[in-house]
Design a protein around this ligand. Structure first.
Ligand SMILES: C[S@@+](CC[C@H](N)C(=O)[O-])C[C@H]1O[C@@H](n2cnc3c(N)ncnc32)[C@H](O)[C@@H]1O
Length: 216
């Protein structure tokens, strides 16, 4: 591994877990995903970006919620893209294999048994859930060119690692890549004032959800 990347891997905090921040995932389940599903009922197409996905639990948690809402998922074209600057975490996420402590942290037993399969001491994401997600290495501080338009962007627990220039350009890019009626989700300790020019709080759900403002 290149020295710079090795140092950066060692210094970066990859902490995450399934359904991290219960209130956010409750709001996703009860308000945001039902709204998006209703809005996309004719196209049956959903694009979701878990930016800074770490080892993938955030992306798989959203995939599980979508499966709960859409048992007939085969009729829908759903892609969840997970990206992270760390090659190691992206590979881990792609593997979709988690230890017992990892699945014991935040994942309801019902979801564990429905969407994962035990293999000795490890738990493996089931193939149909795995097939909904793509993982790739991407630095959020460089160009987001080539990314599609998303219906939902999760930008959680990463903004505070970035300098203000990068935060501003990333939020501008998120605005550019978010559908007009899509949603941005921040982490519980993210700075809302960073986003006020480009996004407005969504009033019908938890305060960490934002809608893009129209730029005239
Ligand atoms: C604390 S984890 C957050 C994981 C997940 N979003 C969550 O909320 O549980 C922060 C992640 O941000 C990633 N990260 C930090 N700087 C980044 C950058 N410039 N581009 C992409 N990912 C970055 C780290 O590698 C790490 O995996």
């Amino acid at each position: 591994m290149h020295l710079y990347r090795a140092v950066s891997e060692a210094m970066t905090v990859h902490e995450t877990n399934f359904f991290r921040d219960r209130t956010t995932f409750d709001a996703l389940r009860d308000h945001i995903l039902p709204k998006l599903i209703e809005r996309r009922r004719s196209s049956r197409r959903l694009r979701i970006w878990s930016a800074a996905c770490s080892t993938g639990q955030e992306a798989y948690s959203v995939a599980m919620l979508l499966r709960e809402h859409l048992p007939q998922r085969e009729d829908w074209d759903i892609r969840i893209m997970g990206t992270d600057i760390s090659q190691q975490t992206v590979e881990y996420a792609s593997e979709g294999t988690y230890s017992r402590p990892e699945v014991n942290c935040g994942l309801p037993v019902r979801m564990l048994l429905r969407y994962m399969t035990r293999s000795e001491e490890q738990w493996q994401i089931n193939p149909d859930l795995r097939a909904m997600c793509d993982f790739q290495r991407r630095n959020l501080c460089v160009s987001t060119a080539g990314l599609p338009l998303f219906d939902l962007i999760l930008l959680r627990n990463v903004l505070f690692y970035l300098d203000s220039e990068c935060r501003t350009s990333l939020l501008t890019a998120a605005h550019h890549h978010l559908a007009e009626d899509g949603f941005l989700v921040l982490g519980e300790i993210e700075q809302a004032e960073d986003v006020t020019d480009l996004f407005q709080p969504n009033d019908s759900a938890a305060s960490l959800f934002y809608r893009p403002r129209k730029i005239v």
